[in-house]
Unconditional design. Structure first.
Length: 472
């Protein structure tokens, strides 16, 4: 029985409820009256149920689809403005005991080079990332209790935060590791992580168990209930995601929103972020072997409908996607992107030899961080390296309150401009620096509060004089 307040995975992600939702959406995809009523509700900016959002996703009335895209763009602008938060992944280890059939780190893969960074190597990688200009990392590691125990992850976090190279510093470390215990989540919270991220891969239980035939990840319930344990352990910023292409996208879309509804119902705060990766080629993985792939148009509509359904949740698109695809979805709801990324273990300090490749998947957008920053500026987006909310305690429901109140323009917008100025002074090419400073001059008048605007002008001048790390 479907129950969003249940702590059992098969009840808050109820298979019969998903199937009924898909049938309801299919039956109403031409129902203009119903679609209008759903859009009217969405315009109130309070979100939609998974059934309502599923109807919008299935809608094939072109006029209504254009309304969906327009509303998604407006909601994105209202709550996130034109800021795009920047981050980079850092892979610590590809040792893994699981048998995930879509991931080259699976235990049976004998051709991939296995590698685990030492703390000295972690420090070198972080130095390289700081020299690019990054302030926010997402650390990743395979599941292996011998090679990658929680103590190793905690040591890496301490090392990352300890490195201060020139004007560089990593100010927020998000963590994407396997489902674990409440005790281990408490340890991650004590280590001052930002967001705990865990991709569900697929919510379809039967498919999930086939795709994860061996290893601890085979346990569907333990994996799906991980966010509840994370929140019990004190982590109030959690990030959901599915790997589109493994199962039918409509199923994943509905179940993903059901998971968000469950977190809201039980913990009074939904996911901090939702990621929307698509399966990509890798060492011994051919994405064409999975017959549920989606094209860029469907991908764009998924992004738009998620933005409308959960207006206050950040959305992440990585360098899995091409420049053209990322350009399309930025305005539809995406608020975070990676730049200059490596999906190998390390790879920032020095490029891996061809015969020792450790990449988890092929990167589609291979531009440098500076090129990505300039591209964003040229499109009118503010590249933000801000981590202030996390460090000021504005996480979980406190961040959601800030977002819902509309105060982001007096908080996140100024912080974006100040961290962009830091980037421009320390790392940008001359062309990017000139374009970015022109953008800052243009964006300053958009800060509503005169008091805040004056403070930001003062801080920007101090940044140009060599001071760093101002935040509101």
């Amino acid at each position: 029985m479907y129950n969003p307040k249940s702590m059992k995975a098969e009840e808050f992600i109820s298979h019969p409820e998903v199937l009924e939702t898909l049938a309801y959406a299919e039956a109403n995809k031409h129902n203009a009256v119903l679609i209008d009523s759903i859009l009217a509700k969405a315009k109130l900016r309070k979100g939609l149920t998974h059934r309502e959002a599923a109807v919008l996703l299935d809608c094939d009335l072109e006029e209504k689809n254009q309304e969906i895209y327009a509303l998604a763009r407006q909601i994105k602008q209202d709550y996130y403005g034109n800021r795009i938060v920047m981050f980079a992944p850092l892979y610590l280890s590809n040792y893994c005991v699981n048998g995930c059939v879509y991931c080259p780190y699976h235990l049976k893969n004998q051709h991939i080079t296995r590698k685990k960074l030492t703390q000295e190597e972690v420090a070198r990688e972080v130095t390289a990332l700081q020299d690019m200009g990054h302030k926010r990392l997402a650390i990743e590691a395979g599941e292996d209790p011998v090679n990658n125990p929680i103590e190793y992850i905690l040591d890496c976090i301490r090392t990352i935060y300890s490195v201060k190279h020139k004007n560089g510093a990593i100010r927020r470390v998000n963590v994407n590791i396997a489902a674990t215990t409440v005790e281990n989540y408490r340890k991650l919270k004590e280590a001052e992580i930002g967001t705990y991220i865990l991709f569900q891969e697929t919510y379809h239980k039967e498919s999930y168990e086939k795709l994860h035939p061996t290893g601890p990840k085979h346990d569907y319930a333990y994996h799906t209930e991980a966010m509840d344990r994370a929140m019990e352990g004190g982590i109030d910023d959690v990030g959901l995601g599915v790997l589109f292409g493994l199962e039918l996208y409509r199923y994943e879309f509905a179940a993903l929103l059901m998971h968000a509804e469950h977190l809201e119902a039980v913990h009074v705060v939904g996911p901090h972020t939702i990621s929307v990766p698509r399966i990509r080629s890798a060492d011994d993985i051919d994405p064409s072997a999975f017959d549920n792939g989606i094209d860029d148009d469907i991908f764009g509509k998924i992004v738009a409908c998620i933005r409308i359904a959960v207006p206050y949740t950040g959305m992440i698109v990585s360098t899995r996607e091409s420049q053209a695809c990322r350009e399309k979805v930025l305005g539809l709801g995406v608020s975070q992107i990676s730049g200059g990324s490596r999906t190998s273990v390390g790879g920032y300090w020095e490029e891996e030899p061809e015969e020792e490749k450790t990449e988890q998947f092929d990167v589609s957008d291979r531009r440098t961080l500076d090129e990505v920053v300039r591209w964003l500026i040229d499109m009118g987006h503010i590249p933000s390296f801000c981590t202030a909310c996390y460090r000021e305690g504005r996480t979980g429901d406190r961040f959601m309150s800030l977002c819902k109140s509309g105060q982001i323009q007096n908080c996140c917008h100024p912080n974006a401009l100040m961290t962009l100025e830091e980037y421009l002074m320390d790392y940008a090419s001359p062309g990017t620096q000139a374009a970015g400073q022109a953008m800052i001059r243009q964006e300053l008048p958009n800060i509503p509060s005169e008091k805040v605007r004056s403070l930001v002008r003062h801080n920007l001048e101090n940044i140009r004089l060599g001071q760093r790390d101002f935040r509101l």
